[in-house]
Write a protein that binds this ligand. Structure first.
Ligand SMILES: [Zn+2]
Length: 1008
């Protein structure tokens, strides 16, 4: 209600919301020496039991003056112009005439129900909305009220006088500053006062039940008044009152601040909002805002109060970072606006207004912070004092402010104000470096890029960190790219851009924590709600989401494809989809908890996990949540927050410069035997491989022999086989199959395809010693289905084969997979990265599950795991996923050192092996395709042995050395036994073309 009339009819009114509630500032304009202006005299009486006021208004309009009287919100019982009755309409226009005119209005208003701007009952009266006739221009107002004698009353006033007759107290308010409307509050207040300066008095109007708080409020208010008198100039009125309100308000009104009872009781209000409200006496009330030119007063007040209070406590860098996080959470390309277009904020908590406030308060106060850094303290405060002195009792604009500061600093600040007021974007910075040694010095060249469309002029502070300490530099950026070269005596390790958050800018991803506000401010959102049985628990929260226009799907309607590209919220700890990203939840089972994390599928978006113990817990917490946007994790116990944290993020834009290589001190080098001894107590030993490097497989063999010698209860887990091959592996190890039958039945060549000789001895040692070989991997078809169509495309039977808990959020995992994707990614579209990422996780999780299933069923067994180096990564691949399932398990990762950079986190032991090549395999040198008749030659290699012997394209291979060949696998299995240089006989079928289609069966000798 307030919002609508305020915007439509009284654009000059300002509303500002601090913390939880709105704060109203009614600007007073024009000096008392201005020409004659209209006057209104109001006489009001109350019927508390009827929640009703009745009143009369007598308006005097000077000659030659046109006014419109608004009667919206009140009921008119009589209306006369110069004694002649008039028809009452919402707007009554009075044209200018040669003589003064008189308007007389009798009116009433009933305030029923709960409204934030109206209350009339035995507990008190609060009227801050539409409760009396209003002129469309400022006028001098005089108010007389009749209230119960036990009430005290307050309104905009320099002087208040009161008389009591019988049970009625009559109070008169005199206010010399023109205004377009009045606010009025009364109640059973305990009124106390003390002097501010001679002639200025500070009052408190507190309810009996809160009167103990009044002294502290007056003490703090006095300190604020003193602080701002010294900083800006004299306090502009004769009185200042702190007034408690039954309604949940937080308004700054000329001569008083009106704070809701619930607000007054919050312990931190005197440290924060109170000072902000007091400061509005200078800016907002004494110096008014011409809102058509943009509202500067919330920006300035937030800077001189909220930011300044944080600076008093030396937490201003963190405060400004929080402002930038808020800005980034709510303001995006689609709803951004220039600071000049901010005209005020309503007390609406919808995210639309949060974006508006982030511009007007957060970005606005950053402007003043940057201005002070630009011109220096003394010119800044001199400009501020000059501005106040010049515009007191008038309205001022951004341009007036710019002029004051330009004068005080002797600088042309037009370009500074112009870029920060007129541009709707904010700077986005990126640092890059190059390091070189020159003439005994280390030369660091930093490249600072401005990524937004057009460069800003910025003064960027930089910290350059070396082993010896930190060095602060400042560089002025004017172009899209700026280079800075610094000579240093020592290697720099780190450069931090804008370490203290001195610039209004977009935060780097590493600086931006996952927070609840980022979900609230997200443009694309989705809520995944539980199926019917659990939904009741979350009903109040689902209502909240619906009121935020957040689309809702049940867990069975949503697919994993739905999770990408947006911010997602999961209700319930057992959400299948949540588990496919974050593995099982670790959230508390009691109370109500909220946890925001980065959405692993889409950088820049968040995923929020909600867990509640009961519908009562949800109902108690849900209404509180909008006040806790800045947090990453929250826990409520029956609506009372008992844990709140913000995820740690980088301070400043961090650029790691010189990461020195790591090494091993030679005395620490261990013999292979010593390593085997050290890993004797490990239950899982991973030996990572590059699939084609023979020395990796020889190392695997050596480790298997060593572990077997320690304890024969050993299993070999292999990535190379997927779980459906387990029965074939079991039968081969048991000696029930020949090697050829094993290779054929396990589909080794079609499924894995690397030279079997690389694995042959490993598998043979298992067979000889009856060591179980455990197929670790997932069926390829199933993974590729997940990659292409998402897990939702799986049938129930297929779904049962994959682990439900899949953790995509292990630190460094996405970065590593992204690198792999970039290397293999020529065949994939960039948007397939998420499918690739999910498929990799599915692989790692499946293998981890295979490992733990076996070890749980065989408590005495150990396992050696053979898998590609990407899957043995100690920090992000199979090992941490095994540890998640079996928390106390001891594991070790062994890798052959390759001549490439290895991350220390990848392995526990590095082995230095000599390269060992396999002898070349006997091959035909043909490209084949399976056909119903047998493998058909599709092509020949350059030096094809088969080609030399006379085999041609389109020949179908039927047998090799009399062993029948039906598939490519068959041929590979037979060739496995044939060495290079040996002669084999290939039987083929050849079709000849021409009129008569003929077939010939030929036996061709080929030397391999
Ligand atoms: Zn404010």
């Amino acid at each position: 209600m307030r919002k609508s009339w305020n915007r439509l009819k009284h654009a000059r009114h300002l509303l500002c919301l601090l913390l939880l509630f709105g704060l109203l500032i009614l600007p007073v304009a024009q000096s008392a020496a201005a020409p004659r202006i209209p006057q209104q005299q109001l006489d009001i009486a109350f019927d508390l039991a009827g929640h009703r006021l009745t009143g009369t208004s007598r308006i005097t309009i000077p000659a030659q003056t046109a006014v419109t009287v608004s009667l919206i919100g009140i009921e008119i019982t009589a209306l006369q112009l110069d004694g002649v009755p008039l028809q009452a309409t919402e707007q009554v226009s009075i044209p200018p005439t040669a003589k003064d005119r008189q308007v007389a209005i009798s009116f009433s208003k009933t305030v029923a129900g709960s409204q934030t701007d109206g209350l009339i009952d035995h507990t008190g009266i609060a009227l801050t909305g539409l409760w009396h006739p209003r002129l469309d221009t400022d006028c001098l107002q005089e108010l007389t009220v009749a209230i119960p004698k036990q009430f005290e009353a307050i309104s905009e006033a320099e002087e208040i006088s009161s008389t009591v007759a019988g049970n009625i107290r009559t109070v008169r308010f005199r206010f010399d500053h023109p205004a377009d409307s009045l606010n009025f509050v009364a109640g059973p207040y305990v009124v106390e006062h003390q002097p501010i300066t001679p002639g200025q008095t500070l009052y408190s109007y507190f309810f009996t039940e809160d009167k103990e708080l009044a002294a502290e409020y007056r003490k703090k208010t006095l300190a604020y008044l003193k602080r701002y008198q010294e900083l800006i100039g004299p306090y502009p009125y004769k009185r200042f009152s702190i007034v408690e309100n039954r309604l949940p308000t937080g308004y700054a009104i000329p001569t008083f601040t009106l704070l809701g009872q619930a607000v007054v009781r919050l312990p931190f209000i005197t440290e924060t909002s109170l000072g902000h409200e007091v400061l509005h006496s200078w800016f907002g009330n004494a110096v008014g805002v011409d809102a058509s030119q943009g509202n500067w007063c919330e920006a300035l007040t937030t800077y001189l109060a909220d930011q300044a209070f944080a600076a008093d406590k030396r937490t201003d860098a963190g405060f400004r970072k929080q402002q930038l996080i808020t800005y980034q959470s709510y303001v995006g390309a689609d709803n951004t606006k220039a600071l000049k277009d901010f005209s005020g904020a309503s007390n609406h908590v919808a995210s639309g207004d949060k974006a508006n406030r982030a511009v007007g308060y957060d970005k606005g106060s950053m402007l003043f912070h940057m201005l002070l850094r630009e011109i220096g303290d003394a010119p800044f405060y001199a400009g501020l004092r000059e501005f106040y002195a010049r515009f007191r009792n008038q309205q001022a604009t951004w341009q007036d402010l710019a002029a004051s500061f330009s004068t005080s600093s002797h600088q042309n600040l037009e370009p500074f104000f112009s870029q920060w007021l007129n541009r709707a974007d904010v700077p986005r910075l990126e640092l890059a470096d190059s390091l070189k040694e020159k003439d005994g010095q280390i030369e660091l060249t930093l490249t600072i890029k401005q990524l937004q469309e057009k460069p800003y002029r910025l003064r960027l502070p930089l910290d350059i960190v070396t082993a010896k300490g930190k060095e602060r530099r400042e560089v002025t950026l004017t172009d899209t790219e700026t280079k800075l070269t610094v000579s240093l005596a020592d290697y720099p390790t780190l450069v931090i851009g804008d370490p203290d958050y001195d610039l209004m800018r977009s935060l780097a991803p590493e600086e931006l924590p996952p927070t609840w506000s980022r979900f609230l401010g997200a443009r694309e959102r989705l809520a995944i709600i539980p199926e019917t049985e659990d939904r009741q628990i979350y009903a109040p929260f689902i209502e909240l989401l619906t009121s935020m226009d957040c689309p809702v799907k049940t867990a069975s309607e949503a697919t994993d494809k739905d999770l990408a590209g947006k911010s997602v919220i999961f209700l319930g700890t057992d959400s299948r989809l949540a588990r496919s990203l974050f593995a099982p939840s670790t959230q508390s089972a009691s109370g109500f908890s909220l946890e925001a994390r980065e959405n692993p599928l889409t950088p820049g978006q968040v995923a929020v996990l909600i867990a509640s113990a009961s519908a009562a817990e949800t109902a108690a917490a849900a209404p509180k949540l909008t006040h806790y946007g800045k947090y990453s994790a929250l826990h409520f116990n029956l609506g009372r927050v008992d844990r709140k944290t913000i995820a740690e993020t980088d301070q400043g834009i961090r650029l790691a410069i010189d990461t020195p290589p790591w090494g091993i001190a030679m005395p620490q080098a261990l013999s292979f035997a010593a390593i085997m001894e050290q890993i004797g107590d490990k239950r899982v030993v991973y030996v990572g491989e590059s699939h084609t490097r023979n020395e990796d497989h020889l190392l695997q063999l050596r480790v298997i022999r060593g572990l077997f010698a320690q304890n024969p209860k050993l299993a070999i887990g292999m990535e190379m086989f997927s779980r459906e091959a387990q029965p074939v592996l079991d039968r081969y190890v048991a000696g029930e199959l020949s090697e050829k039958e094993f290779l054929k039945q396990s589909g080794y060549f079609s499924k894995w395809s690397f030279d079997y000789r690389l694995y042959r001895e490993i598998i043979n040692i298992a067979r000889r010693n009856k060591l179980p070989i455990i197929a670790l991997n997932q069926e390829k078809e199933l993974v590729s289905k997940v990659f292409k169509e998402g897990a939702a495309a799986l049938t129930a039977e297929e779904l049962a084969k994959i682990p439900a808990d899949r953790d995509l959020t292990l630190p460094g995992y996405r970065e590593r997979i992204t690198d792999v994707f970039a290397m293999h990614g020529q065949h994939s579209a960039p948007e397939q990265i998420n499918g690739f990422f999910q498929a990799q996780a599915l692989w790692d999780e499946t293998m981890a599950e295979s490992v733990t299933t076996f070890l749980t069923a065989h408590p005495e067994s150990r396992m050696v795991v053979l898998a590609g180096q990407g899957h043995t990564d100690k920090a992000t691949a199979i090992p941490p996923r095994v540890a998640r399932r079996m928390p106390s398990i001891r594991q070790a990762v062994i890798l052959n050192s390759e001549n490439e950079a290895l991350d220390q986190a990848e392995a526990d032991y590095l082995i230095f092996s000599k390269p060992v090549e396999l002898p070349p395999a006997g091959v035909l040198g043909v490209m084949l395709a399976n056909t119903p008749e047998g493998p058909r030659v599709e092509g020949l290699t350059e030096k094809s042995k088969a080609g030399v012997a006379g085999i041609e394209k389109k020949d179908v291979i039927l047998a090799l050395d009399d062993e029948p060949v039906a598939t490519i696998d068959d041929l590979k299995i037979i060739l496995l036994g044939k060495e290079i240089g040996k002669q084999v006989t290939v039987r083929i079928k050849r079709k000849s073309g021409g009129w008569f289609r003929q077939e010939a069966i030929l036996s061709i000798p080929v030397v391999l």
